[in-house]
Design a protein around this ligand. Sequence first.
Ligand SMILES: Nc1ncnc2c1ncn2[C@@H]1O[C@H](COP(=O)(O)OP(=O)(O)OP(=O)(O)O)[C@@H](O)[C@H]1O
Ligand SMILES: O=C(O)c1ccc[n+]([C@@H]2O[C@H](COP(=O)([O-])O)[C@@H](O)[C@H]2O)c1
Length: 201
Amino acid sequence: MPYGLPYVARGQTIGLLGGSFDPPHAGHVHLTREAMKRFGLDRVWWLVSPGNPLKARGPAALARRMAAARAIMDHPRVHVSDFEAQAGTRYTAETLALLQKSCPQARFVWLMGADNLAQFHRWRDWEEIMARVPVGVLARPGDRLEARHAKAAQVFHKARLHPAQNRLLSRKAAPVWGFANMPMRAISSTEIRKNGAWTTS
Ligand SMILES: Nc1ncnc2c1ncn2[C@@H]1O[C@H](COP(=O)(O)OP(=O)(O)OP(=O)(O)O)[C@@H](O)[C@H]1O
Ligand SMILES: O=C(O)c1ccc[n+]([C@@H]2O[C@H](COP(=O)([O-])O)[C@@H](O)[C@H]2O)c1
């Protein structure tokens, strides 16, 4: 497979969790396990970003974040990838376009925490992202209410799945999105960096 991607069987459902992972933490692991269960996914790929286009601060070196991600997310159905660095993409819309071209047999779902849904309408070509793949949003501590009022949630309110149908998300035609409330994990990379447990240099 190109870009070091793992073998993908026809029709396999793959959740994509893009992130800075600066550093990766138990919240990412929890979201990944919950997403597989709640959205009925065969696999999840972590896409460790070269750098979030909306964040001014550069993250720690990619190799270090990749190694930390692989160490914490040890699961046979999860693959940690530096696809964006290898492919030279930075914006999610272009990453998805290239992934779909590279793995036409896969059924991709974009995953994110509810905090990212609140900002989603600021992403480049965000409506194209909605048109390309189903989107699975998982509640993050403190973000449930804000997510409900997110512009993307309002614009696409008709495309939201009834929670009882969340497990079918990957089988639905985009635009479609699901929102899953999960038991909370109040942890973030920002907090870990503040505690001095991870430095970016
Ligand atoms: N505790 C958590 N619960 C649910 N989702 C989370 C949690 N932490 C991160 N996520 C989600 O994981 C994805 C990648 O997050 P990211 O790597 O930016 O971590 P972060 O902790 O949000 O970092 P930072 O604090 O630097 O913004 C995002 O979609 C984010 O919403
Ligand atoms: O494409 C965009 O415009 C865009 C803007 C902000 C964030 N993203 C993506 O969202 C994912 C989460 O980013 P982060 O930094 O919050 O972990 C990561 O894959 C980023 O590349 C994408």
